[in-house]
Ligand binder design. Structure first.
Ligand SMILES: Nc1ncnc2c1ncn2[C@@H]1O[C@H](COP(=O)(O)OP(=O)(O)OP(=O)(O)O)[C@@H](O)[C@H]1O
Length: 282
């Protein structure tokens, strides 16, 4: 069970003089339960790619398979795909429109045709999963903070019980505290439910400690696809395309340049501290 992209390409404005090749021959396997960071600078093709994963966009060429079925086949149930592969857009709070938080989260499951009781159960569960306290449930979404609104929008997708959750820049515009809270909550959700998560970001720093795998996109192609540590070893190449490895990578490299034999493959500041102390104690 997985999402498979087989030689997927996408061209905007195809057939005109304005053609933009946004995806170039993408081959990917996204297995169940993985936590993936999709990283790339502005315009590298991240949003275009994730919209292909739930069938909102169709490849110009190539195939996408969901659990073994080609989603481009005429008989394929795209409506079900959109609830199985939940996509939270950038700035999702702009799409909150109901009178209160609870009604907003009910919208998706209601649309799927569940009974009133099931709809409410799903909405309640989803709001709990994103860590929103009960006191906010009957407030207008517009009265909440940026981070809280974002949680409500994520809950709206979770209430459809997706198998795969895709979040396009979920921390955009949030302050550092709001950013950490959202990412911690997503990591907790993933741990508790085993759901597949694809988290789009332009910052390695933000996602480094959470994800199992990082896919780096550059100009519509996949540049790296590996465990975070292995990707960060290419920090010089990443810099050349306007990306940066986490700051700890640079600290460890500076130690190495000074002749200290530290292992530079660290992800968190805690790992870096332990590694530096280990070498200095020798
Ligand atoms: N609707 C569109 N029409 C024409 N070109 C587009 C359209 N949407 C995106 N593009 C172009 O396709 C390329 C990939 O854009 P995309 O939005 O997928 O990148 P991204 O990595 O998600 O960027 P960002 O981080 O800014 O969201 C860019 O060159 C962009 O200008």
């Amino acid at each position: 069970m997985a999402i498979i992209l087989d030689h997927v390409s996408y061209v905007y404005e195809k057939g005109t003089s304005m053609e933009i090749a946004a995806l170039k021959d993408i081959n990917l396997v996204i297995p169940d339960g993985q936590f993936i960071g999709l990283i790339g600078h502005t315009g590298s093709g991240k949003s275009t790619l994730v919209q292909h994963l739930n069938g909102l966009m169709n490849p110009t060429s190539g195939h996408i398979y969901y659990n073994g079925e080609d989603i481009g086949d005429s008989g394929f149930n795209k409506k079900k795909l959109r609830s199985d592969v939940g996509l939270v857009f950038q700035y999702p709070e702009h799409q909150l429109f109901e009178i209160d938080v609870f009604s907003d989260v009910c919208f998706g499951p209601k649309n799927m045709g569940f009974t009133e009781k099931e709809v409410q159960l799903r909405a309640y569960e989803a709001l709990k999963q994103v860590g929103l306290e009960d006191e906010y449930f009957y407030q207008s979404p517009f009265d909440l903070s940026g981070g809280q609104k974002r949680r409500v929008a994520i809950a709206g997708v979770l209430a459809m019980k997706p198998e795969v959750l895709i979040l396009d820049e979920p921390t955009a515009g949030l302050d550092p505290k709001g950013r950490d809270e959202i990412l911690d909550q997503i990591a907790k959700l993933r741990e508790e439910t085993g759901i597949t998560v694809v988290l789009v970001s332009h910052s390695m720093e933000d996602v480094a400690k959470y994800v199992d795998r990082i896919i780096v996109m550059n100009q519509g192609s996949i540049m790296y696809d590996d465990e975070p540590r292995n990707v960060f070893r290419h920090y010089k190449e990443l810099e050349e395309v306007g990306l940066a490895a986490p700051q700890v990578t640079y600290i460890m490299q500076a130690f190495r340049e000074k002749g200290y034999l530290v292992n530079a493959d660290v992800i968190t500041i805690e790992e870096a501290r332990d590694e530096i102390l280990r070498v200095l104690k020798r």
